[in-house]
Design a protein around this ligand. Structure first.
Ligand code: IMP
Length: 191
């Protein structure tokens, strides 16, 4: 069975194909011939994941899933959340985003935050959703050079190193995205 991943991220697709059951082949929307970007006008990760899955389902009428992730900071009422990628502006860098968060949290005692991933699956016309989350705190300065995005300022609960100080394998053993993907794979195995 073919399952389209509504994403242009080749790395994510390879990772999923390595993990998914033999009878399911994950193919990217690029392989299906869709070269564009899908707008993400939603106000929540759930909405954006569903918008992306619906968009590709409307185009091809085939089984599809989409994911959306973000960092949600308690003292900032859940920001940057759905705006995580471009929090500091349209062409901002990861560093710009991290700096903006640190400035907004200056003097703030509540540093609690979590990363969250939502996956929306449309299988034989039915809708399913899977979530992964990891709790942690935002530290006061950047630490580590691995990973991407907010990894240098995120200290996962129960650990003494930021995501950016961990190897990819170590981060993947606890990350929000890995947890959501595990749930999706588990579900697919049962079908
Ligand atoms: P996406 O939905 O996976 O493309 O993630 C959207 C944005 O959330 C990214 O551009 C990052 O800014 C942030 N983000 C998501 N996952 C992570 C992570 O594992 N580490 C750091 N930042 C992340």
């Amino acid at each position: 069975m073919e399952l389209i991943f509504a994403s242009g991220n080749a790395h994510k697709i390879k990772e999923l194909n390595d993990k998914s059951p033999g009878h399911i082949q994950v193919i990217s929307m690029r392989e299906k011939g869709f070269e564009g970007e899908i707008a993400e006008p939603g106000e929540t990760l759930e909405e954006n994941a569903r918008i992306k899955a619906d968009f590709i389902y409307d185009l091809f009428g085939e089984n599809v899933f989409a994911d959306d992730s973000g960092l949600e900071i308690e003292a900032l009422d859940g920001a940057p959340g759905v705006f995580s990628a471009r929090y500091a502006g349209p062409d901002c860098s990861f560093e710009d985003n991290n700096k903006k968060v640190l400035i907004e949290l200056a003097g703030e005692e509540n540093r609690r935050a979590h990363f969250r991933t939502v996956i929306h699956l449309i299988l034989n016309g039915e809708h399913f959703s899977f979530e992964g989350a990891v709790n942690g705190t935002i530290i006061a300065q950047l630490k580590g050079t691995e990973g991407f995005g907010y990894d240098p300022i995120f200290l996962p609960e129960g650990h003494d190193r930021t995501f950016a100080e961990m190897s990819l394998a170590e981060k993947n053993s606890i990350s929000h995205r890995a947890q959501a993907v595990e749930k999706l794979i588990h579900f697919l195995h049962s079908r």
